[in-house]
Design a protein around this ligand. Sequence first.
Ligand code: NAP
Length: 248
Amino acid sequence: MDLGIKGRTAIVCAASSGLGRACAKALAGEGVDVVINARTAETLEEAAAEIRAHAPDVTVTTVVGSVTEPDVREKLVRAAREVDILVNNAGGPPPGDYRDWDRDVWIAAIDQNLLAAVELIKLTADDMAARGFGRIVNITSSAVRVPIPVIGLSNATRAALTNFVFGLVPQYSGKGVTINNLLPGPFDTGRLRNSKDITKHLTGNAVAGRVGDPDEMGAMCAFLCSRHAGYLTGQNILMDGGLYPGSF
Ligand code: NAP
C-alpha cells in the first residue's frame, strides 16, 4: 500500500534506538524525510546511518540533545523547516517506590514524558493546521490502560498527556491534523531488556507468547501518519499482543 506521504517531513523524538528508531525507519521507508533526535551523538549517528541505508532517497537529519530542553525542541523544528509529522517519544521514567520520589524526581518525569510533547505540539500543530495536513503520534504506554505498580511516574505522566492531547483533537480535526497515541505493551527494546522489574509486570501474563518487534510499532506509526488515516484521530492504539484482558 502506498501510504501517500512521500516527500513529507517528520520529527521523530528519541529515535536512536527502540520504538522511536523503528518509527523513523518506517517513515523513511515511505519516502518521508526524517529529523531524528536522542541525547547520545554516537548512537544517534548509528541510527541515522541505518535509516539512510534503508531509505537512500530521503534526508535524515540528526539533532542531539534532550527533548526536555527548549533549545533542542526549537532546533528540531528548525531542522525540519515544515513539520508534517511529529512523533513524540522519550525515555521512560525510572521504576521505583512512590515513597522515594521527591519533587525533583516528579518534575523530571513530568518534563520528559508530558511537557516535552506538549511543547513540541505547541511549536508545530498550528502550522500543520495552516497547511491542512498534520499527523501527531505520541508514544505512551500500555500503562495508560493498565497502570503498572512499579512505574507510577510513567502511569501518571502518560495518563496526563493522553487526556491533554485528546482535549486538542476537536481544535485540529477539521484542519487535517490528527492526534493519536501509540500504547506499547512489551516490545523488544533496551528499555524492556534493561529493567527486570518492568519486564516482570509486562510479560507475566503474556498471551502472545512473545514480545513485540519494534518494527511492528514502526509500521503502525507510519500508517497513522499516512494519507489514509486522515479520519482516525483521538485514539489510543494499544499494541500489546493481546495482554489487555478487556473489550474496551
Ligand atoms: P529504548 O530502546 O531505551 O530507547 C529510548 C530512546 O530514547 C533512545 O534513543 C534514547 O537515546 C532516547 N532518549 C531517552 N531519553 C531522551 C530524552 N530525554 N530526549 C531525547 N531522547 C531520549 O526505549 P523504548 O523501549 O524504545 O521506549 C520508548 C518509550 O516507550 C519509552 O518512553 C518507554 O517507557 C515506552 N514504553 C516502552 C515499552 C517497551 O516494551 N519497550 C513499553 C511501554 C512503554 P539517548 O539515551 O541517547 O537519549
